[in-house]
Write a protein that binds this ligand. Structure first.
Ligand code: SAH
Length: 248
């Protein structure tokens, strides 16, 4: 189970935090680290010193340019956020997140991503809206932002606690139908937006958070791959009914 939990760091600017994250992960038995567009050299003397022997995780980390690439194969994406944002999103506590993991990861192809933001500005709204849920570590409201590697440590610990608890449980039957992956969901959202524009329902010039609201609704439903295929089929039939504009 633990090997299918990916820690994703976006735009990290201090190598020490990458080292600290590797140490936190290795302590808790996590192995899968992805770095999205780091704003520093990931492997420096600071990294190695803060990793305290866990720098193999940094050597094995995947470095990619976008969040989409980092989580394309994930069936659950959770964003760690120090504060609440404009459009409220489903929230989960660190403990509840851990408790959900054994079931989320029952199917062998399922993967969970925990996404962490930049030291100075956290995660953008667009990044947060790509997550099924947000997790907030309860902290002093007057001083709520944890050091990045410390935030990773807290959530990695919850993963380990849940995994230890799960060792004693009966094995669970995986869900019959696989859930849609992040990549499949993103293809669906792009298709949906294209169709809504084509039928004149959505004007990207005055978005009024339409796509964000549809994202939130769809992500909350946790669609299976099969269900998403049905929705995409409906979109394709709808597109065929729309008369082509002259300038197309
Ligand atoms: N100043 C930034 C916080 C950056 S801390 C802001 O206001 O958004 C770097 C990252 O650590 C955050 O993006 C988040 O992923 C994680 N983090 C820090 N404190 C957290 C908390 N209390 N709960 C959940 N994640 C937290």
């Amino acid at each position: 189970m633990l090997e299918r939990i990916r820690i994703v760091l976006i735009g990290t600017s201090h190598p020490g935090n990458i080292g600290g994250t590797a140490r936190a992960m290795h302590n808790m038995g996590l192995t899968d680290l992805a770095l999205v567009a780091p704003r520093c050299e990931p492997l420096t003397a600071d990294t190695v010193s803060r990793a305290s022997g866990a720098d193999a995780l940094v050597h094995g980390a995947h470095t990619v340019e976008t969040l989409e690439e980092a989580v394309a194969d994930c069936t659950l994406v959770v964003g760690a956020s120090a504060r609440s944002r404009t459009l409220p999103w489903p929230m989960i506590t660190p403990r509840a997140l851990g408790e959900r993991l054994p079931e989320e990861l029952a199917a062998p192809e399922s993967r969970v991503a925990l996404v962490f933001g930049r030291e100075d500005s956290g995660l953008t709204n667009a990044e947060l809206q790509r997550c099924h849920a947000h997790v907030h570590i309860p902290t002093n409201p007057d001083f709520s932002s944890l050091n990045l590697a410390a935030a990773v440590q807290v959530l990695a610990y919850e993963c380990r606690l849940a995994w230890l608890d799960h060792q004693a449980d009966e094995p669970q039957a995986p869900a019959e139908q696989p859930l849609a992956s992040h990549e499949e969901l993103e293809h669906y959202f792009a298709h949906l937006e294209r169709t809504l524009v084509a039928i004149g329902f959505h004007d990207p010039a005055t978005p009024r958070q339409l796509m964000a609201r549809l994202r939130r609704f769809t992500l909350r439903a946790r669609p299976e791959r099969m269900e998403l295929n049905i929705l995409r089929g409906i979109l394709s039939y709808t597109e065929r009914l729309v008369p082509r504009r002259e300038d197309d």
